[in-house]
Design a protein around this ligand. Structure first.
Ligand SMILES: Cc1cc2nc3c(=O)[nH]c(=O)nc-3n(C[C@H](O)[C@H](O)[C@H](O)COP(=O)(O)O)c2cc1C
Length: 473
C-alpha cells in the first residue's frame, strides 16, 4: 500500500470514528422528531417533489414538497390551475409516503392565489409539516384542522420583526402559536425576503438574524411554556456550517442548493448540471416580476429580458398576488417550469449563493453522510479548540505561578544574603571589639609583666650584691 493510500485509509477511519463520536442531533418540533436536524428546503417549481422529499426523509431529515404551481406538472394546468395544483400536490404527498416512512412536509407560498386550497389539501393528506413562506401566514389559518391532523406549522421569515408579528397575531386570533420558525437569510436561493440593497449588509446576514429571532421567541416560550425551534436557512453548505448555526442556538438547518445536485432531485439533469457548470460570477440577483428579488444563474434568457425583450406567456390565474402580469416581461412560473424541464431557451435556474461550489451530483445518502462527517469534524475541531484553550490557560497560569514563585525565591534569597551579611558584620564588629579588648589586656599584662620584671631585676641585683658582699665579707 502506498503511503498516500495508507494516509487516506487512516483519515477515513478517523472520520468514521468522529462521526460515531459526534452524531448530528435530532430535531424535535412539537411531538414530531426528525433523526437529523436537516430540513430539505421546498423548491418550486417541480424541483422538490416526492422523489427528493422521500429520499431525504429516508435518511432521517425532513423531506419537503414545494406546492407552488405544482399543477404545472399536469397536462391540464391552464384549464384550472387550482384543481391541477391540488391534484398534483395530493399525488406527490402520497407518492412520498409510499416511498418513505419518514417525515414529509409541504412548502406553500402564502402569496399564491390558491394558498388556502393547497393548505387544506396538505392538511387532509396529513403531512407532518407545513412550511409557509413568501408572505406572513396570518389570515385564515385553519387552526382546528391543523391541530386535528397533527401537522406542525413553521412560518418562513427573514427577520425577528416578522416573527413577532406572526406570533402576536396567532396569539390574538387563534389562541395558539406556530410550532417552529424557519429563518431564511440573504444567501438563499429563489425569491428572497430582502430588498436588493439589504442582501450584502452585515446586519441582515443569517448569523445576525438567527440570534435575533431566538431572542424574539423567548417572550413566547416563557409565556406559553413551549419550545419554538429555529431552523436556519440560506447558504448553509457544509457540516461545519451546520455546526456553526447549531452553536448559534438554531435547532435545525434548511438546505436546498445542495439537494438540487442529488440523483433523487426531481428536476431534469440539465437543471442539475447548470449548478455544476456555473461560476460564482454567474450567480446574480434578479428582480422577479412578482416584485421580489431572487437569486438565479445568469442565462441567455435573463440576458434577453435585461435587454428589454418580452416573452409571450399565458396567465390563467395571476398565481402570485404581487405579480403585475400586465407589466411583466415574462411569467416567472412559466420560466421556472421550463427550467425544471431543462429548457433554458424559455427559462432560468434559481439557486443559492453557494451553487458554484457544487462539484458533483450524488445520491442523497452520500450527501447526508458527508454532512454528518463534516459536522463531526467540526465538533472534533471545536472540542480540540476548547481543550487547547484550556491547556493554554493552564500554561498561562503556570507561567504566572512560576514567575511569582521565582520572584519570591529571589526575594527570599536576597533577604537571606542580606541577613547573612548583616549577621557577618555584627560578628566582625564583636570580634574586632573583642580583639581590641584583648589587645588592651595584653598591653596591660605586658606592662605589668615588664614592671614585675624590673622589680625582679632589682631584687636580683640586690641579692647579687648581697651575695658578693657575703662572699667577700
Ligand atoms: C431552485 C430553488 C427553488 C426554490 N423554491 C422555493 C419555493 O418554492 N418556496 C420557498 O419557500 N423557498 C424556495 N426556495 C428557497 C429554499 O427553500 C431554501 O430556503 C433556500 O434556498 C436555502 O438556501 P440554500 O439554497 O443556500 O441551501 C428555493 C430555492 C431554490 C434553490
Amino acid at each position: 500500500m502506498s503511503l498516500l493510500r495508507a494516509l487516506e485509509t487512516k483519515f477515513a477511519e478517523f472520520k468514521d470514528h468522529c462521526a460515531a463520536k459526534y452524531p448530528l442531533p435530532s430535531l424535535r418540533i412539537g411531538d414530531k422528531t426528525a433523526g437529523l436536524p436537516i430540513v430539505q428546503g421546498g423548491m418550486g417549481i417541480g424541483i422538490s417533489l416526492s422523489n427528493l422529499a422521500a429520499a431525504v426523509a429516508r435518511e432521517g431529515g425532513i423531506g419537503v414538497i414545494a406546492a407552488n404551481c405544482i399543477g404545472m406538472l399536469e397536462g391540464d394546468y391552464y384549464d384550472d390551475p387550482a384543481v391541477a395544483n391540488v391534484r398534483a400536490l395530493r399525488r406527490e404527498v402520497r407518492e412520498a409516503r409510499r416511498k418513505s416512512d419518514g417525515l414529509i412536509g409541504v412548502n406553500i407560498m402564502v402569496a399564491v392565489d390558491c394558498y388556502h386550497q393547497l393548505l387544506d389539501a396538505a392538511i387532509e393528506e396529513k403531512v407532518d409539516f407545513l412550511f409557509l413562506g413568501a408572505g406572513l401566514p396570518i389570515k385564515g389559518i385553519p387552526i382546528r384542522a391543523i391541530r386535528e391532523s397533527g401537522a406542525k406549522v413553521a412560518p418562513i421569515v427573514s427577520s425577528a420583526r416578522a416573527v413577532r408579528l406572526i406570533f402576536k397575531s396567532w396569539e390574538k386570533h387563534y389562541g395558539d402559536l406556530p410550532d417552529a420558525v424557519v429563518v431564511e437569510g440573504p444567501l438563499a436561493g429563489g425569491h428572497l425576503g430582502f430588498k436588493p440593497e439589504q442582501i450584502d449588509r452585515p446586519e441582515f446576514q443569517l448569523e445576525r438574524i438567527v440570534p435575533e429571532v431566538i431572542e424574539a421567541l423567548g417572550e413566547f416560550e416563557a409565556r406559553w411554556n413551549r419550545a419554538f425551534p429555529v431552523i436556519a436557512a440560506g447558504g448553509i453548505y457544509t457540516g461545519e456550517d451546520i455546526h456553526r448555526f447549531l452553536a448559534l442556538g438554531a435547532q435545525g438547518v434548511q438546505l436546498a442548493t445542495r439537494f438540487v445536485a442529488t440523483t433523487e432531485c426531481d428536476a431534469d439533469i440539465r437543471f442539475k448540471q447548470a449548478y455544476l457548470s456555473c461560476r460564482e460570477e454567474d450567480i446574480v440577483i434578479i428582480q422577479s416580476p412578482v416584485g421580489m428579488p431572487g437569486r438565479a444563474i445568469h442565462s441567455p434568457f435573463l440576458a434577453a429580458i435585461a435587454r428589454g425583450e418580452k416573452k409571450i406567456f399565458r396567465c390563467p390565474s395571476r398565481c402570485l398576488e404581487s405579480c403585475e402580469a400586465g407589466k411583466a416581461r415574462y411569467c416567472i412560473s412559466e420560466a421556472l417550469d421550463s427550467a425544471r424541464k431543462g429548457d433554458f431557451e424559455n427559462g432560468f435556474v434559481f439557486c443559492g449563493a453557494n451553487a458554484h461550489r457544487v462539484q458533483a451530483i450524488v445520491p442523497v445518502r452520500e450527501l447526508v453522510a458527508g454532512l454528518k462527517q463534516g459536522y463531526a469534524l467540526a465538533c472534533f475541531a471545536g472540542a480540540l479548540k476548547v481543550e487547547y484553550e484550556k491547556a493554554a490557560e493552564r500554561l498561562k497560569a503556570l507561567k504566572e505561578e512560576y514567575a511569582v514563585t521565582l520572584a519570591g525565591m529571589r526575594a527570599k534569597f536576597q533577604d537571606n544574603l542580606r541577613r547573612l551579611a548583616e549577621e557577618k558584620d555584627a560578628w566582625l564588629r564583636e570580634e574586632k571589639a573583642r580583639l581590641r579588648e584583648r589587645l588592651k589586656q595584653i598591653v596591660a599584662e605586658y606592662a605589668e609583666a615588664r614592671s614585675r620584671l624590673s622589680e625582679l631585676e632589682a631584687e636580683l641585683g640586690f641579692l647579687l650584691s648581697r651575695a658578693t658582699s657575703l662572699a667577700t665579707g
